[in-house]
Design a protein around this ligand. Structure first.
Ligand code: F6R
Length: 604
């Protein structure tokens, strides 16, 4: 959500800023802009819409500079427009901002009374003018930024250039991600790793209440009393190639194809003697609460099913944005599990902080190493999906489902519901059979594409129905289809449809029925008959076992390979993701960057 890039060095900042913004496009944006700083002053170029618009404007100006900051804005306060795009400036400085200044109207009133005028509808303008106010007083960028930060409520990552120090970038953050790096060609700041990868694999994750000062050959860190600080340098293990499409038409397709490897890489490091290792957790856990947003929350539903099924322990799954405000009942022995791909989702982070404030132990299951959720939780387990660039989460969901399944096996073993050999057998299946079954499904991508086209071309609504774990999968399938194909869809527990919603099922309405739950196959078949007799166009996604044993009354069927029934949901997940992918791609939509969405939702 919003992207920040900054560069100061020996090269022309223009292509570096444009390239950096392009690599951050996946975060979601609706306007972009840069500030270029040199001895000739600071020059601003902004544009509503895509980075190509900005880039054209920028190259038309012929501007070049050795230092600059750039921004992709995802509108929160004020419409997407040139005027509201960042950077925002005064005659002394220019600033890019990610986050939300919650007390901006209060600050604005005060600044107006001091003679400042406001030209945009953004919250950010209050920040730039507040820094300006303190800069006028002290003439010191560091003091000015700390003084302003102390008065700002909300979240921010700031990149700032000052007119009088045109070769220097100042950066600080609170509750919004920002990294800092030193490369051979100069210093960089960025919202996320892909933007720095062409220049270096080493970076600093900027701490809160620390200000980074970057010049072409140094980066220094300063505390709020002016003291100089050291920060640990980290190294990214992935390469530029991994953050690129590698010949796939879209990141989303590439990322779905990475699932078998991602599952293996996630599960393998968690094994000790063939058993899942979660030794960091207390043995005597009360209730388990899984808290997350969107797709990650849907992986939580799979976790609930798995843990309740295998370990017979009750699990509560909650949307983080609700959890944080509804005063949840938490006991000291409870465990709150936070699931997050980015580890920066504002609501998930707030839920984590709330849980800790209640004295409850927290476990973060996160994909991005060193992210805020990972750092603040009592315990962290990393999923090893690698960079996920497409806005729609796929491989991260699959690995989250794998890790919560592994947790379920361990909990079941610990409480005596699974003996050692059965726990080891299930664990081995998760690293071997599951990725293999997913790989088999990937070979059917083209076939799934044809079926997806047939079911979604011209469709305005679509239903997903399933029972048991399939009903959990339907919620995710429906979200995936909605977010990237813009087809309205609903996920329904198949038995619930007849309690009202079946009135929407009329001639030709597509219904995708999921059948991986063998013991519920007959019930599902009745559900399919119900919708079919109302004229629905029915696609079944069924296991080989169900196809062989039952007559499924559907128009089309996609068969998922036979593995242990507990895990047959995994290849089905991949089918559903490919279905959504092809539905969007055949409509010619921007699969990787769906409208209005951001990859990492760092504001409430
Ligand atoms: C949908 C999607 C979102 C995220 C949600 C949480 O495809 O990606 O629903 O799952 O915004 O994000 P993380 O997992 O980064 O906390």
């Amino acid at each position: 959500m919003c992207g920040i890039i900054g560069y100061t060095g020996t090269q022309d900042a223009v292509p570096i800023l444009v390239g950096g913004l392009t690599s951050l496009e996946y975060r979601g944006y609706d306007s972009a802009g840069v500030a270029l700083a040199s001895d000739d002053g600071i020059k601003i170029v902004k544009s509503k819409g895509r980075i190509e618009n900005l880039s054209k404007r920028l190259y038309d100006t012929g501007y070049h500079a050795p230092c600059g900051i750039g921004h992709t804005r995802w509108a929160t306060h004020g419409e997407p427009s040139d005027k509201n795009a960042h950077p925002h400036s005064t005659e002394n400085l220019s600033l890019v901002h990610n986050g939300i200044i919650e007390n901006y109207d209060e600050l604005q009133e005060r600044l107006k009374s001091l003679g400042y005028t406001f030209v945009s509808e953004t919250d950010t303008e209050a920040a730039v003018k507040l820094i300006d106010l303190y800069y006028r007083e002290s003439g010191d960028p560091v003091k000015a930024m700390f003084s302003a930060a102390a008065e700002i409520r909300g979240s921010f990552a700031f990149g700032v250039v000052f007119e009088k120090a045109p070769d220097t970038i100042y950066a600080m953050r609170k509750d919004s991600p920002l990294i800092v790096a030193m490369s051979e060609c100069g210093g960089l700041i960025a919202s996320d790793i892909p933007a720095i990868l062409p220049y270096t694999n080493n970076y600093f994750r900027l701490e809160e209440e620390v200000l980074a000062v970057l010049t072409k050959d140094s980066v220094s860190f300063v505390g709020k009393n002016g003291e100089s600080l050291t920060q640990p340098e980290e190294t990214v293990s992935w390469s530029v190639g991994e953050a690129q499409k590698s010949g796939y038409p879209h990141f989303m397709l590439k990322e779905i194809f990475e699932e078998p490897e991602a599952i293996r890489k996630t599960v393998t490091p968690r094994l000790v003697n063939g058993l899942p290792d979660f030794s960091m957790l207390d043995k005597d856990i009360g209730r388990i609460h899984i808290v997350a947003c969107g797709t990650a929350m849907h992986a939580g539903l799979v976790g609930k099913t798995m843990i309740e099924r295998l370990a017979r322990l009750p699990v509560n799954v909650e949307i983080a944005s609700e959890f944080r405000y509804r005063d949840p009942i938490l006991d000291k022995k409870d465990l709150v599990v936070l699931l997050s791909q980015s580890g920066e989702t504002a609501d998930t982070l707030a839920a984590l902080r709330h849980s800790k404030a209640c004295g409850v132990k927290t476990l973060a299951i996160v994909n991005v190493i060193g992210s805020s959720v990972a750092r603040e939780a009592d315990h962290v387990i990393y999923t090893m999906a690698g960079p996920e660039i497409a806005v729609a989460s796929t491989k991260a969901y699959s690995v989250q489902c794998a890790i919560v399944s592994l947790l379920a096996i361990r909990l079941a073993f610990d409480c005596g519901k699974l003996d050692e050999s059965e726990a080891k057998r299930l664990t081995a299946l998760l690293i071997n059979e599951v990725p293999a079954a997913v790989a088999t499904v990937l070979k059917k991508s083209e076939e799934i594409g044809k079926i997806a086209k047939n079911y979604t071309e011209g469709a305005e609504h679509l239903f997903y129905i399933g029972r048991g774990a399939d009903s959990d999968l339907c919620t995710e399938a429906s979200l995936k289809l909605k977010e990237i194909s813009y087809i309205h869809s609903e996920a329904y527990a198949a038995g619930e449809l007849k309690h009202g919603t079946i009135s929407l099922v009329t001639e030709g309405v597509p219904v995708v029925a999921l059948l991986t739950e063998h013991k519920l196959a007959e019930k599902m078949i009745s559900g399919i008959r119900e919708v079919k007799s109302r004229g629905a166009h029915t696609l079944a996604i069924a296991t080989e076992r169900i196809k062989d044993e039952f007559t499924v009354p559907c128009d089309d069927m996609i068969v998922v390979p036979k593995i242990d029934p507990l895990f047959e949901m995994f290849p089905a997940i991949t089918v559903l993701q490919l279905f959504a992918y092809h539905a969007s791609a055949t409509r010619g939509l921007d699969v990787d960057k769906p409208r209005n969405l951001a990859k990492s939702v760092t504001v409430e």
